[in-house]
Ligand binder design. Structure first.
Ligand code: HPA
Ligand code: ZN
Length: 337
């Protein structure tokens, strides 16, 4: 292992773009299917993995929503989240801000509380036993109506203290941020922060909308910002973070190969870029593999890695004191190199 690979593994880092439903490994999918007496259309985990050949975002979403069907009880959501958090510990993730998609579950008559409580308990246990801090972000499914988003938003209000922000995910093309302006207004007036997936498959204009209409603090993906120079300038000047997910972008054919990815260019331009795993069980790698894939393609330097890790802390929703603690820990690791 060269010294950059060791640094990538060892450096404390935050993960800011990870869908908890996207951490469902095929082995756990089988275990939960068996526990809940569900018949999967696959014979074994390897067969599931072979089905993960995606051509675009929608081809992934179809199989991803199908996979989530094995999640039925609070214990299932706990086990899913606990497995991710243990994997995160191995990667030296010190803080994670995970997404969950309540509508994927409420649509199947699984209550909001079942999903929320299972996830939340695992996050609390990780704080105590794994030394990982966390926040939870509720994502609205953008292929559904704004009225549907309002329904889930109302269900979330009794759990408000356990959710830091609302976000927007699922099929982007044809579902612009403006479709959700009123529900995001309502969320902000209840004290939620906001983020949104934008500029993954959708145009740069959707990133503008996420910033101006939804007042997003961060843009999830955002890689198509380069289609609008004024937007790139704004992202740089305001240091609005982009939560980039390199392996996801390759798996979903946003870029043909890692060499074609624009992450290194964005970093060189001085944007606040972070590296994240998105749906690691589906895209072939957790956060370390995402850093390593970028390193292999672009020969990242020590300074690049330190910058990316520090960006992840600065772009988080931690308070300044917590950020300082983690930034100091990064400096300690770098000083022992
Ligand atoms: N984009 C949109 N929706 C999603 C994604 C993504 O990358 N992952 C899970 N839901
Ligand atoms: Zn995502």
């Amino acid at each position: 292992m060269d010294h950059i690979e060791k640094l990538i593994r060892d450096i404390p880092k935050a993960e800011l773009h990870c869908h908890i439903e996207g951490t469902l490994e095929p082995e756990l999918m089988f275990e939960l299917a068996s526990r809940n007496k569900i018949k999967l259309p696959f014979a074994n985990p390897d067969e599931i993995r072979r089905a993960y050949a995606f051509t675009n975002l929608q081809s992934f979403l179809d199989i991803y929503y199908q996979g989530a069907d094995v999640l039925r009880t609070e214990q299932d959501f706990y086990d899913l989240t606990w497995a991710y958090l243990n994997r995160a510990r191995e990667d030296n993730i010190c803080h994670t801000e995970i997404f969950f998609d309540p509508q994927t579950h409420t649509q199947r008559n699984i209550s909001f509380a079942t999903a929320l409580n299972g996830i939340h308990h695992a996050l609390e246990d990780a704080r105590k036993k794994l030394n990982i801090s966390s926040h939870l972000i509720l994502c609205f499914l953008r292929h559904l109506s704004e009225e549907d988003a309002f329904t889930v938003f109302k269900q979330a209000l009794p759990f408000k203290e356990k959710i830091i922000a609302v976000g927007l995910d699922s099929g982007e093309a044809g579902n612009p941020p403006e479709k959700f302006k009123r529900v995001f207004d309502a969320a902000r007036s209840e004290g939620f922060l906001t983020v949104a997936h934008a500029g993954e498959e959708g145009p740069a204009n959707y990133i503008w909308q996420a910033l101006e209409l939804l007042e997003a603090s961060r843009i999830d993906h955002g890689v198509r910002c380069t289609e609008d120079e004024a937007l790139v300038t704004l992202l740089k000047e305001k240091q609005i973070p982009l939560t980039v997910c390199p392996l996801s972008n390759i798996k979903l054919c946003v870029f043909k190969t890692m060499h074609d990815h624009n992450i290194k260019k964005l970093l060189e331009k001085g944007l606040c870029i972070t590296i994240n795993s998105d749906d690691p069980a589906y895209f072939g790698g957790y956060i370390t593999e995402n850093y390593l894939a970028c390193h292999r393609a672009f020969k990242l330097t020590t300074d690049d890695i330190v910058q990316l890790a520090k960006n992840s802390i600065n772009a988080s929703f931690l308070d300044n004191e917590q950020k300082t603690t983690y930034l100091n820990r990064i400096n300690q690791v770098v000083n022992t190199l």
